[in-house]
Design a protein around this ligand. Structure first.
Ligand SMILES: [Fe+2]
Ligand SMILES: [Fe+2]
Length: 315
């Protein structure tokens, strides 16, 4: 992948510095983002240095002190904004019951319901293309968590991840199933191919996962995010299957969502009861962060769904 298109003064200065070792980082660090979109594309690009990198950026820049300095300067207001939005739960019931109730009461607008009943094929293709930013590296942000956990949550997370990564079979790897679905639809399966088209809400969703995954202090939020994601995936995946089938989409794309109907019905129990449950048995002080991560997952998905539905209504 190549560096994306700049969305403002900060991303413009940053991408120049990443592509050319001749450019001074002082200029980058002295530039303020023009708006959220500019800040989020800059942060997304800095995070990608830790995943697969860019063909036009030297790999050594992953640990460039100025790049890390800027990453921190962008992460701080982003995390503060996510925490400001967070709606803390009333904790009375045992953890798993309380968590499932919390997720059910904060589940927002649903793109899968729209795909199931009302979307046209062009809207679904647009949705699939913006979802590539997440689905083509589905479980990678959770993989950072593995070395940061004690025995029980670590074993449970690995059980879940083993499934996500195909249980030893590359053809079952979830991100690869999605890539095959894209190709069958005539869409690009290259990672980052649609990054210039995605709205700010998609960047925020992906940046929140990297933020939680890359900071050990946020391991509770990362696992709460994962648990909320799994707990809101099986039913929407069934709706996606019905919508894609209604519109005559290829079997390969339907297979990706079919896989998640069953897998995530199991994963939600594993993620909530065992991964988060055993994490909180060992580290009860992380309870609030687990809910913060869950809220962020649901809230960002609701905002993304809202942005897509409003844009389609306006069009
Ligand atoms: Fe998956
Ligand atoms: Fe899953």
């Amino acid at each position: 992948m190549l560096t994306p298109k700049a969305r403002g003064a900060l991303s413009d200065a940053l991408f120049e510095a990443l592509r050319s070792t001749a450019v001074s980082w002082d200029h980058v660090l002295g530039t303020e983002p023009d708006h959220d979109d500019d800040a989020q594309i800059a942060l997304w690009t800095l995070y990608e240095l830790h995943y697969r990198g860019f063909d036009d950026v030297d790999d050594t820049l992953e640990w460039q002190p100025e790049a890390l300095h800027l990453r921190r300067a962008l992460e701080q207001p982003f995390e503060a904004r996510l925490r400001e939005r967070y709606d803390a739960p009333d904790l009375t019931a045992p953890f798993a019951d309380s968590f499932f109730d919390y997720v059910a009461s904060h589940d927002g607008r649903s793109l899968a319901s729209f795909v199931q009943r009302g979307a046209n094929a062009e809207q679904v293709r647009e949705l699939l293309s913006v979802r590539t930013i997440y689905h083509l590296k589905e479980s990678d942000p959770s993989a950072w968590l593995v070395p940061r956990l004690t025995v029980e949550p670590q074993a449970a997370l690995m059980e879940l991840q083993y499934d996500e990564y195909g249980a030893g079979d590359p053809n079952r790897l979830h991100a690869h199933l999605f890539a095959r679905g894209l190709e069958a639809c005539g869409l690009s399966s290259e990672y980052g191919a649609y990054i210039d088209d995605v709205p700010c809400e998609v960047l925020e969703q992906n940046n929140a996962m990297s933020l939680f995954g890359l900071h050990r202090r946020l391991r509770g939020a990362a696992l709460g995010h994962l648990a909320a994601f799994e707990a809101t995936s099986s039913l929407p995946s069934r709706r996606m299957v019905q919508g894609l089938d209604r519109l005559g989409f290829p079997a390969e794309m339907i297979a990706y969502y079919e896989e998640h109907v069953e897998a995530d019905a199991v994963h939600e129990q594993l993620a909530v009861r065992v991964v988060c449950g055993s994490l909180l048995d060992a580290e009860p002080a992380l309870t609030d962060d687990v809910y913060f991560g869950a809220f962020t997952c649901l809230d960002l998905e609701d905002r993304f769904a809202g942005a897509m539905l409003e844009a389609w209504t306006a069009a």
